[in-house]
Write a protein that binds this ligand. Structure first.
Ligand code: IDP
Ligand code: MG
Length: 162
């Protein structure tokens, strides 16, 4: 099914000047950008976005992650396409860059491991966030974008692929 998902280029992706190359990976696969903006998020918003992380990983990792996402501005975008959530996660790669396959964004542009990050109290700098499930995508799109920030238009892929 055609669906929408949220991708955020995290501060390390923006600061390493990888935004263009990251966006290209999604565009090359035919995913359609229907919304995009650059924001510097605050503590409350970061905690809302990562509301499940404390429960999943504990307070220390939540704090580490909130500090990471607030290190600099982020670029948020909504991508649309067939099974967009799953396809975007495939292009993104596994959470821990050392485990992410070559050809994925995290695998090609980073290599830190969970072990190293936690031992050294460093961030798991994995360049982007991507909604993990359709339910998460719906909630995150609502949190990050208002209706008037989402745009309708036709790409060539829609004319030639669907
Ligand atoms: P995801 O980004 O692949 O969906 P999640 O499990 O939802 O992964 O975790 C959210 C973010 O938390 C990760 O992208 C990563 O930056 C960070 N993270 C995950 N595990 C650890 C950890 O063990 N230590 C520090 N940060 C972590
Ligand atoms: Mg996640």
């Amino acid at each position: 099914m055609i669906e929408r998902t949220l991708v955020i280029i995290k501060p390390d992706g923006v600061q390493r000047s990888l935004a263009g190359r990251i966006i290209s990976r999604f565009e090359d696969a035919g995913l359609k950008i229907v919304g995009m903006k650059m924001n510097w998020i605050d503590d409350a918003f970061a905690k809302e976005h990562y509301s499940d992380i404390g429960e999943r990983y504990g307070k220390r990792i939540l704090e580490n992650l909130v500090n990471y996402i607030k290190e600099g501005p982020v670029i948020a975008m909504i991508l649309e396409g067939v099974d967009a959530v799953e396809n975007v996660r495939k292009i993104t790669g596994s959470t821990y860059p050392n485990e992410a396959l070559p050809g994925t964004i995290r695998g090609d542009f980073s290599h830190i491991s969970k072990n190293y990050a936690n031992k050294k109290e460093r961030k798991v700098g994995n360049l982007i966030h991507a909604s993990a499930t359709s339910k998460e995508a719906k909630e995150e799109i609502k949190l990050w974008f208002s209706i008037d920030e989402l745009h309708n238009y036709k790409t060539v892929h829609e004319q030639h692929t669907f």
